[in-house]
Design a protein around this ligand. Sequence first.
Ligand SMILES: Nc1ncnc2c1ncn2[C@@H]1O[C@H](COP(=O)(O)OP(=O)(O)OP(=O)(O)O)[C@@H](O)[C@H]1O
Length: 592
Amino acid sequence: MVQQPELQETTSPQPIQRVLGSLSTYRWTSLGALVSLLLLTVANAVTPQLFRWGIDRGIVKQNLQIVFYSAGWLVIAAIARGVFNFGQSYLAEAASQGVAYDLRNQIFSKIQNLSFSYHDQAQTSQLLTRVTSDIEQIRTFIGTSLIQVIGAVVTLITIAVILLIMNWELAFITLTVVPISGWLMARFITRNSKLFRQIQEQLSDLNAVLQENLLGVRVVKAFVRESTETRRYTARNDALVKANMKTIRAIRNTFPFIFLLSNLVTLAVFAYGGAQVIGNRFSIGELVAFNSYLVLILQPILLIGFAAPAIAQAMTSADRVYEVVDAEVEIHDRPGAVPFEICGGRITFENVSFRYPGATTEALKNVSFETKPKELIAVLGMTGSGKSTIMNLIARFYDVTTGAIRIDGQDVRDFTLESLRTHIGIVFQETTLFSGTIRENIAYAKPNATLEQVIEVAKTAQIHDFIASLPDGYETIVGERGIGLSGGQKQRIAIARTLLTDYSILILDDSTSAVDAKTAAQIQAELDELMRQKACVTFVVAQRISTVKNADRIFLMDKGRLVAQGTHEELMQTSPLYGVILESQVKQKENK
Ligand SMILES: Nc1ncnc2c1ncn2[C@@H]1O[C@H](COP(=O)(O)OP(=O)(O)OP(=O)(O)O)[C@@H](O)[C@H]1O
């Protein structure tokens, strides 16, 4: 199957900073999380002091009242820790959900606005992974890792200060663990960020195989390729597991050092602190308190350690998400663009040449023509000759490479895109229906259309009788790709969908290719009348002789050039290529 090119990479500065910036929308929730965190740190820091007080003043001095008092305060501190812990994690999660929600909406609306050229080159599975898995990584980072790291840093500083005040010698022994662990973790992040990007890309590759197979399940079965496809999927699955195992190994290689280090420090404090207690330079209560702080200071270091892979992953994911958010929308409104309001019917191609992004040859070469009001133009040519490209350029799905396209003298690039496309009714070569009822599909661009209006266009598209014969009629649900309908039925629903819009330029791009000749002729007959009334110009990419004969003018395309134009009779006499194409079509018709 065709390997699509990678998504265009547009690196933006410090994506992680942008993620943090996006928290400003949820500043009160984030602030609440931060305040809870600070209060939690205070409650944590106070607890060992309460122990020290209880031991030194209560147990050692045999003062039961102080023992009970300290126990009472310890209970209050424990409750406070529970409350603030809940507060910080709940509020951080809430803020993270908000950021993920905004990012999903932002990326979705960006995908809606990106030009055809972007979608031509982007791999759908890559986009899907960015909208789902990458945003989830960012959400986890904000909801869990970020608050853990901030909490760890605040705790680390607070406890370090307390330890230095309590006993600077022991504090120095304890704090040696901080820079060493910090260095190990920084090394881990820089070494593995490439690996995290690879994992996300491999996940996308895996999804790509799944997606292609879901879409092409019939082809796979028809060619008996199930086992090959299963092997292809398994190979990608293996690659993903391998990459994941590589990170797990990296994590396992780094963190045992930190654990070992923290255990050694505990032992050092026990030995050195014990000696100080024996020498009466430190009380037993102080040593117990010190030891409790030790746990508190090692915990944040380990927490940062656990958060490090998630942070590195989130950095990679943010990079990937912002690549899409920042991608350039190539086709957009020019400053001062005007709305396209009335179509006089004069569409002019002035020396138009066009090359698809990434293509090496031109799809259109120096094409020039001008239509007259109410004209019905049939465009004919061999496959790949540039027929659909002409249609794509009129609707500005792409902009011309050189030359210009004008409507009534005005360059199409001077119109606002929305107004231009609203006035162009286009039926594509390939039919896409959305999940929902047939009525909803026909009324896709005009959801408020009445049932009568829907029925009217369905009649013109020769699909009403079929719909009426269904048990649920217009309320019949069709699948996401119109499953349950034949290709010709889908095409006719697509024609009805376009006819319901407020088009003034009508483009039918080979839109009855899957409909039988008799029905196509009926559609053509119905449309003829309508086109002449409603459309200022109609283009029909034609495969059928009946269409060609009815046209006011036929454009004959060959290898991107407009090689001949005229009526059927004129071309019969002047163009040998026209004769060849017609002959092949007659043969096709006979074969059918
Ligand atoms: N999105 C694209 N990116 C790159 N090249 C393209 C793209 N779409 C079409 N082309 C190329 O441009 C040329 C013209 O294609 P076009 O679709 O206009 O032909 P067509 O005459 O409509 O063909 P058909 O009758 O088969 O639909 C072909 O060579 C095709 O390979």
